[in-house]
Design a protein around this ligand. Structure first.
Ligand code: NAD
Length: 365
């Protein structure tokens, strides 16, 4: 277990402060009751940071983030900052944190609590009990490859181009994260590529095969990305862990998120090689409901649980939070976004947070 017990809280914009407040209370309760020794600090990022300092990622925030082991973020952005120059938009704060801390591994679980099976657009029997983890490479691939640009050719026609590039070491380090995640789950890893067309993914497949020899307890399979997209909506429960590059992962993880039908439920983690990580819900700052005490805080609470598991190796505390969320759903409590029927009791952000605290305390007594 790491000695660094620093948690940096970044509320961000829109619903960020409301959902992070609930997650923080959950963290504080498990910290006190289980004597975890976590220490909390806060900083500004995104639109709020622009208003206060002129930039979306103040140097002080980056410094605090570098010193923290786990960073819990709400969400950034909103209409107030949409007209700003691209270089100082709120989203740049997130990108700056990802690149500043080299958070190359993005972990996105798509879990469908059985209680919410009706919220999915797929048939309940196809998705009920779904529990998959998508591991996406986050700092390389075609989104960052050089050369890139739009050029005018001699004949006056314009040409746009990007470069899909991965080095062996980049593939190996994301591969290791995925194999190790699979070891902690059901020991099946599906590597997604387009090795029938793209050389860079021929290399990707070769490296995954090499790594497989070091993880004999994990069963490795390969799938082309087009088939993976199809299989995700046909029979998603066939997967345990999926690993893929930046662009394929971007698309597949959003598709997987929607299988659960409830974006307010999905946490995520972005990790670097030392296990330092930033944890955030998959959704944005939801300006349409900001300040109304309507947002679902569960994705943020589940992100806090992921932080305990992946950055602090506090698995019992993480399990406890996840079980408490299950208890609350069992009671039929729902924020408006996950309401599926008349029997559900619609609650506010703060009521949902309080219910999770009650469930935690009940489990701890
Ligand atoms: P969004 O995820 O914020 O909202 C999409 C829809 O989902 C909205 O109707 C919203 O009310 C609802 N929703 C989202 N989270 C919810 C929650 N926890 N509970 C209940 N309902 C929820 O996406 P968007 O509208 O495309 O973006 C809004 C802003 O968020 C933009 O400024 C965008 O740039 C930013 N954004 C930030 C992040 C991030 O910080 N990681 C990610 C995506 C979008």
């Amino acid at each position: 277990m790491t000695d660094n017990k620093q948690v940096l809280i970044l509320e961000g914009d829109g619903i960020g402060p409301e959902i992070v407040a609930e997650a923080r209370k959950v963290l504080e309760v498990v910290n006190d009751r289980l004597n975890l020794g976590l220490q909390f600090d806060e900083a500004l990022v995104g639109g709020g940071a622009i208003d206060a300092t002129g930039v979306p990622l103040p140097a002080e925030t980056l410094e605090k983030a570098r010193n923290a082991r786990g960073i819990l973020l709400g969400a950034v952005g909103g209409p107030k900052w949409d007209k700003l120059d691209m270089a100082i938009r709120p989203e740049k704060g997130l990108l700056g944190l990802r690149s500043g801390l080299e958070l190359f591994a993005n972990l996105r679980p798509a879990i469908l609590y059985p209680q919410l099976a009706e919220a999915s657009s797929l048939k309940p029997e196809v998705v009920s009990g779904l529990d998959i983890l998508i591991v996406r490479e986050l700092t390389g691939g075609i989104y960052f490859g050089q050369p890139r640009g739009i050029e005018t050719l001699d004949n006056g026609e314009r040409k746009g181009f990007n470069t899909y590039v991965y080095t062996e070491s980049e593939i190996r380090r994301i591969g290791r994260v995925a194999f190790e995640a699979a070891q902690k789950r059901n020991k099946r890893l599906c590597s997604v590529d387009k090795a029938n067309v793209l050389e860079v993914t021929v290399l990707w497949r070769e490296i995954m095969e090499e790594l497989a020899k070091e993880y004999p307890d994990v069963e490795l399979s390969h799938m082309y990305v087009d088939n993976a997209a199809m299989q995700l909506v046909r029979a998603p429960k066939q997967f345990d862990v999926m690993v893929t590059g930046n662009m394929f992962g971007d698309i597949l993880s959003d598709a997987a998120a929607m299988l659960t039908g409830s974006i307010g439920m999905l946490p995520s983690a972005s990790l670097n090689e030392s296990g330092q990580g930033m944890y955030e819900p998959c959704h944005g700052s939801a300006p349409d409901i900001a300040g109304q005490n309507k947002a679902n805080p569960l994705a943020t609470i589940l992100s806090a649980a992921m932080m305990l598991r992946y950055s602090f190796a506090m698995n019992d505390a993480a399990d406890l939070i996840e079980s408490a969320v299950g208890d609350v759903l069992d009671r039929g409590l729902r924020t408006a976004d996950i309401r599926t029927g008349e029997a559900d009791q619609v609650v506010s952000t703060s009521e949902m947070g309080a219910a999770v605290l009650d469930a935690l305390n009940a489990r701890l007594n």
